[in-house]
Design a protein. Structure first.
Length: 113
């Protein structure tokens, strides 16, 4: 093998490892808190119920405060407790941030009272 091919293979391996590391770090758990604006209970393609909450979060970039509404999903054991929440309530949960189809969302790990 020539040196260019070895270098290309090594570089590709390094890039794959870095992409995996970035994906894992983006999926870290965090405590989230926001106002629920919508509650919807649906079924997955497997027929399992899940709950989608739209939650308004307060954010700030470079001193500019704004609000953003993001989906917060309750799957499995978290589907039923999330479905009991109502519009206007404050959601506080341990959740995992993720990017799904190019859009930010959260998956509930545990609701916090």
């Amino acid at each position: 093998m020539n040196v260019k091919r070895i270098f290309a293979i090594a570089l590709l391996g390094f890039m794959l490892v870095m992409m995996g590391t970035i994906a894992i770090s983006m999926a870290a758990e965090e405590v989230i808190e926001g106002t629920i604006t919508n509650v919807t209970t649906l079924n997955t393609s497997n027929g399992e119920p899940y709950t989608r909450l739209i939650v308004t979060f307060k954010r700030e970039i470079e001193g500019n405060a704004y609000e953003v509404g993001l989906p917060v999903m309750g799957f499995g054991e978290q589907a039923a407790p999330a479905a009991e929440l109502e519009q206007g309530q404050t959601l506080k949960a341990i959740a995992q941030n993720r990017i799904f189809q190019g859009r930010e969302s959260y998956t509930i790990i545990k609701l916090i009272e």
